[in-house]
Design a protein. Structure first.
Length: 48
């Protein structure tokens, strides 16, 4: 899947959750601060 984005940010994640998650309840759980938290964890892990 191509997002046409150079870097991920919480807004991009929120805008594309419907492609990744099937149910509205799951999307609601991940939107907002949860998306930002997950992104932060991924970024920290990629830094080593």
């Amino acid at each position: 899947m191509e997002l046409d984005a150079v870097v991920l940010d919480p807004q991009t994640i929120n805008d594309t959750l419907g492609v990744l998650l099937k149910y509205q309840d799951d999307i609601a759980k991940v939107q907002g601060s949860e998306a930002a938290r997950i992104l932060e964890q991924v970024q920290q892990a990629s830094r080593g």
